[in-house]
Ligand binder design. Structure first.
Ligand SMILES: Nc1nc2c(ncn2[C@@H]2O[C@H](COP(=O)(O)OP(=O)(O)O)[C@@H](O)[C@H]2O)c(=O)[nH]1
Ligand SMILES: *[C@@H]1O[C@H](CO)[C@@H](O)[C@H](O)[C@H]1NC(C)=O
Ligand SMILES: *[C@@H]1O[C@H](CO)[C@@H](O)[C@H](O)[C@H]1NC(C)=O
Ligand SMILES: *[C@@H]1O[C@H](CO)[C@@H](O)[C@H](O)[C@H]1NC(C)=O
Ligand SMILES: [Mg+2]
Length: 445
């Protein structure tokens, strides 16, 4: 609990009292209350466990993802790990999922701001996550565990031989490491590695496991082959979803409620610049995700076109399915005409040069542009979430082909109850022939 208070940035006391800073101050106070709450909810469940089944040992599952992966694929891997923890808890011990701190993400390039060891509470509502599966922040793990020690790291990898005779089968085996290990032994015989930027953290043992299959394929290994208390799965993205878009997938996805201060900042921006409020737009949101069950088509959305225009690495590869800026603007104008919308909100990772060009082509576009002070508080991850939140509330949305950033917006809109026709849209490349549109994934409640 103490460490969540510590995250109150001292800078806001002296910085210009911008709106975001003001909201932040207010919300941090709320967040502290919420943390107190969450802790008591959490420990209550533990007490109950102790009383009913003394044999259930407390065990910790930690994980990390291939370094180049971005924010929104990482959110997807969280769903797979939550599913594994649910399986483990059904079968026996009292497993808790340890949330891997955010940081050193390739796309988070804003200069001069500190962006490692960021706890999940800065981006997501912990109480909401905990209503799905028991989770704790990494620093809580260190405190509970009696130090920054992880008993066993399992580095997941594919099979060196690939699929044998082209036949897919689910399997998992301890195997020699294929790639060079990203961990090295120190003088005391502990393994040192990245560990989310926590330099004091060390592992007692590191081994490689070849795994081919869904996340819960790891359950028997974690239950039977390994007896230590804390286990970390590195390269966790190797494992597939237990059941993509099934009930369990959606329960976890719905529990990934954005942190309150980010939602508030997004809502204020909508009201101020886009004439968009929940009452008028029929997008009333329940803080308690378990009670959120909006009918498809019930949400109307704010009077603007929402756009996610992914650039950077998506255009460097000269991909066929990504439009030129000119092509994108032409499509936006035609959608605005068709849906009688005179405002367009654009979320994009375009560089300065492209932004200039975009502004020239579409002078009245609206973007969320944080000041340096705001960026220090929100960080690149918070800004991305606010962009997603605003896109999620638009009357009509169009995203970028196969971007997980766009996919997460689809899901958010599905939760809010938008007509799928207004959500599952993407830009086509300028010369793309068959421009297949995104799939509609219905929520299973
Ligand atoms: N703020 C903001 N950031 C973006 C936007 N598009 C991409 N990014 C950044 O680029 C990263 C893209 O990586 P990822 O989340 O994996 O999505 P994907 O690569 O599009 O599938 C995001 O996490 C953001 O940091 C955008 O519209 N707004
Ligand atoms: C787990 O233990 C079983 C039984 O001893 C063994 O056959 C199997 O290979 C082990 N699996 C792994 C991944 O270590
Ligand atoms: C490391 O882990 C492997 C796999 O669980 C195990 O076989 C081995 O004995 C462990 N080594 C040590 C030193 O504990
Ligand atoms: C905002 O929307 C409301 C309801 O659709 C409309 O009556 C009002 O004129 C709009 N205000 C502005 C400033 O566009
Ligand atoms: Mg990516």
């Amino acid at each position: 609990m103490a460490h969540s208070v510590k995250h109150v940035p001292v800078s806001f006391i002296v910085s210009n009292c911008s709106f975001v800073v003001f909201v932040w101050y207010f919300v941090v106070a709320l967040a502290v209350l919420e943390t107190v709450n969450a802790d008591s909810v959490f420990s209550a469940s533990h007490t109950a466990t102790v009383q009913t089944a003394a044999a259930r040992d407390l065990r910790y599952l930690l994980y990390d993802v291939n370094p180049p992966e971005g924010f929104n694929l990482r959110r997807d891997v969280y769903i797979r790990m939550a599913s594994l923890v649910k399986t483990l808890r059904k079968n026996g011990d009292d497993w808790v999922l340890v949330l891997p701190p955010w940081g050193r993400l390739y796309h988070w390039q804003s200069p001069n701001i500190h962006q490692i060891r960021i706890p999940w509470g800065e981006f997501f509502s912990l109480t909401s996550l905990q209503a799905n599966v028991p989770v704790i922040e990494y620093e809580e793990f260190i405190a509970e565990n009696g130090g920054p020690f992880i008993d066993q790291v399992l580095v997941l990898q594919n099979y060196a031989e690939g699929w044998t005779d082209g036949k897919w089968e689910e399997k998992v085996d301890e195997r020699p490491c294929i790639e060079k290990l990203m961990y090295s032994k120190d003088k005391q015989g502990y393994y040192r590695g990245w560990f989310w930027g926590y330099e004091q953290t060390r592992a007692r043992n590191v081994t490689c496991i070849s795994a081919q299959g869904h996340a819960s394929i790891m359950a028997p290994v974690l239950q039977n082959n390994i007896t230590v208390t804390s286990v970390m799965l590195d390269r966790a993205e190797t494992l597939l979803h237990d059941h993509y878009a099934g009930k369990d997938y959606w329960d976890t996805r719905r529990s990934m409620v954005f942190a309150k201060h980010l939602r508030l900042i997004g809502d204020d921006f909508r009201a101020k610049y886009l004439n968009s409020t929940d009452d008028r737009d029929h997008t009333v949101y329940s803080e308690d995700w378990t009670r959120m069950k909006a009918k498809l088509g019930s949400a109307k959305g704010g009077p603007y076109l929402g756009v996610h225009l992914r650039r950077k690495d998506f255009i460097w590869g000269h991909r066929e399915d990504v439009p030129s800026l000119k092509g994108a603007v032409k499509k936006m104008r035609s959608l605005m005409r068709k849906h009688k919308l005179d405002k367009v909100f654009i979320a994009t990772d375009a560089d300065e040069e492209e932004l200039k060009e975009l502004k020239k082509l579409l002078p009245d576009m609206v973007r969320f542009e944080p000041s340096i002070e705001d960026l220090e508080l929100l960080k690149d991850g918070g800004v991305a979430i606010i962009d997603q939140w605003i896109c999620a509330h638009a009357r009509f949305f169009i995203g970028t082909s196969v971007s997980t950033f766009s996919f997460r917006i689809h899901e958010e809109r599905e939760i809010l109850g938008f007509d799928p026709k207004t959500t599952y849209n993407r830009f086509c490349g300028d010369t793309e022939k068959e421009c297949e549109q995104p799939t509609h994934w219905k929520i299973v409640y």
